[in-house]
Design a binder for this molecule. Structure first.
Ligand SMILES: Cc1cc2nc3c(=O)[nH]c(=O)nc-3n(C[C@H](O)[C@H](O)[C@H](O)COP(=O)(O)OP(=O)(O)OC[C@H]3O[C@@H](n4cnc5c(N)ncnc54)[C@H](O)[C@@H]3O)c2cc1C
Length: 476
């Protein structure tokens, strides 16, 4: 069985890949395509393979004319402007443009490795201009890549969390995993961020004024295996980094989601159509400030600052049908007092907040598809759009918690995906995916960019690593 991990690894592969998500598999496949022998080490058991990539749905692709599942056009400049907008300039233009151009070549290559795309769904045509959706989602993407990797003779080992590397002056020598020492001619690090490492998150988010450790209550939307062990190892080994540990993509999600791997099904999409309260039944943000995804990524942080790291989104019957329904039904009540009781919130404060909000709503023309003119007056914090009184039963409440998607801290790389030490590129150690995404996505997010970065740099890293093998054009 290729996945038997208790078997000692004796042969020295040309290329060692550490990680088992999109970036790792793209690197492994690209390296193998050049003829290199490849060994891939995935920390998780086989059933949980694929990291955060399992939870994905689409990738962002540049194209100048309609192509297979993509409609219209999405030229390089439009993609670049979108990236510049979401990152507020925290991006390396040279690396970003490299990803953007490469994204026009992804789909035929992915198709060759068994990935299938689905035609745009009606109602999602805006996204169909920029993003290609996988048939079967990220899980199918991952399964296709693993199947292709096995068929091509890539060695895969599960349950292999690498603890450390043996490096010599920035040169990769071996990986250390449990009691094993695994040497290779070159190595690609594709082991994701550190979002699942509670201790590291605790260090970053600290203790709040209430004596709580907010990070203890964060839900991790993806895999539990992204512990950042190698990221920390590399930082301690003197590798150059990008971004800072305090940045993460953090959204407000359904508090009923599991602690790990809740994925996109835990989304709560009605925040802008109602109000959000904390445990004291007080509002703490402008729910109508902007559209998703801008507001989406804002609310995780806002909820994280509240006592108990809890928020409560409250709507009445009017917005029903105007947002993506939640996986589990909300808490329902026939009156506002009944909803306060059902959510276990202080009734007097709840009614005071709702009455003050309702009284502050000014008449306007409600339109949830534009930044409409329905706003509050004389209320703090204000609600600047989509402010309609919450007065039509039944009423619904959704308890929210912060949900971390990924962290931004990563390793600095150059266009060859080489890891740098003191400004000098390593000759045989490369990084791809979330481990270096911060070079391009230093802040913010736009749907489908994570996988574009991982696919582009995974293929580059794999190809570069393969050049170190005997007969490769960088062989010593
Ligand atoms: C819910 C959710 C939805 C998302 N949707 C999208 C989307 O639709 N489109 C998009 O572009 N992006 C999306 N993203 C972001 C996307 O998941 C990431 O950008 C992308 O998957 C990163 O790929 P990766 O290979 O770098 O990391 P991952 O896919 O997370 O893989 C990391 C791998 O490294 C392994 N690993 C970790 N530590 C070690 C170790 N020490 N030794 C060995 N192996 C190790 C893990 O087990 C895992 O297999 C989403 C993220 C989440 C959480």
């Amino acid at each position: 069985m290729p996945e038997a991990s208790d078997e000692k690894i004796t042969l020295i592969p040309d290329v060692l890949i550490i990680g088992g998500g999109n970036a790792a598999l793209c690197a492994a496949l690209a390296a193998r395509e050049t003829g290199a022998s490849v060994l891939l080490l995935e920390a998780s058991p086989r059933a949980w393979r694929g990291g955060n990539t399992q939870h994905t749905r689409n990738l962002r692709c540049m194209h100048d004319a309609p192509q297979d599942v993509l409609i219209g056009s999405y030229p390089e400049e439009a993609y670049w402007q979108d990236l510049l907008g979401v990152t507020e300039g925290h991006t390396d233009e040279r690396l970003a443009r490299l990803v953007i151009r490469a994204s026009s070549t992804f789909r035929p290559w992915m198709h060759k490795h068994g990935v299938r795309f689905q035609p745009p769904l009606s109602g999602a045509l805006q996204v169909a201009k920029t993003n290609a959706f996988f048939l079967g989602g990220g899980k199918a993407l991952i399964n296709a890549y693993y199947r292709s990797a096995e068929a091509m003779g890539i060695q895969i080992r599960y349950d292999m969390p690498v603890d450390a590397l043996e490096l010599k002056d920035g040169h990769f020598v071996a990986a250390l995993c449990g009691g094993q020492r695994i040497a290779a001619r070159a190595c690609v690090l594709a082991a994701g961020g550190f979002e699942s490492n509670r201790q590291w998150l605790r260090e970053v988010y600290g203790q709040d004024a209430h004596g709580e450790w907010p990070a203890d209550n964060f839900l991790i939307r993806g895999t539990r295996f992204n512990q950042g062990v190698l990221l920390k190892f590399m930082i301690n080994a003197g590798a150059d980094t990008v971004g800072n540990a305090s940045q993460s993509h953090c959204v407000a999600i359904d508090a009923r989601a599991p602690r790990y791997d809740g994925g996109i099904a835990s989304r709560i999409d009605c925040i802008s159509l109602g109000v959000v309260l904390n445990r004291k039944a007080e509002r703490f943000g402008d729910e109508g400030e902007d559209f998703w995804p801008k507001r989406y990524a804002l609310w995780g942080r806002l909820v994280a600052q509240q006592p108990g790291q809890l928020g409560y989104a409250v709507i009445d019957a009017k917005p029903l049908g105007k947002f993506i329904p939640s996986m589990f039904p909300g808490t329902q009540a026939a009156s506002l007092a009944g909803l306060a009781h059902a959510l276990d919130l202080p009734e007097a404060s709840f009614l005071h907040t709702l009455n003050a909000y309702n009284a502050a709503c000014r008449p306007g023309t409600f339109d949830h598809t534009t930044l409409d003119d329905c706003h509050t007056e004389g209320l703090l914090p204000p609600k600047t759009h989509w402010a309609l009184p919450i007065d039509t039963p039944p009423f619904f409440g959704y308890t929210l918690r912060p949900g971390i998607t990924f962290t931004y801290l990563g390793l600095k790389v150059d266009p060859t995906a080489a890891v740098h030490f003191g400004g000098q590129p390593s000759d045989n150690l490369f990084a791809a995916g979330e481990m270096m995404a911060g070079n391009i996505l230093g802040l913010g997010y736009a749907a489908g960019i994570g996988l574009s970065i991982g696919t582009a740099f995974g293929r580059i890293a794999g190809t570069q690593a393969a050049r170190q093998r005997p007969g490769g054009d960088h062989a010593h």
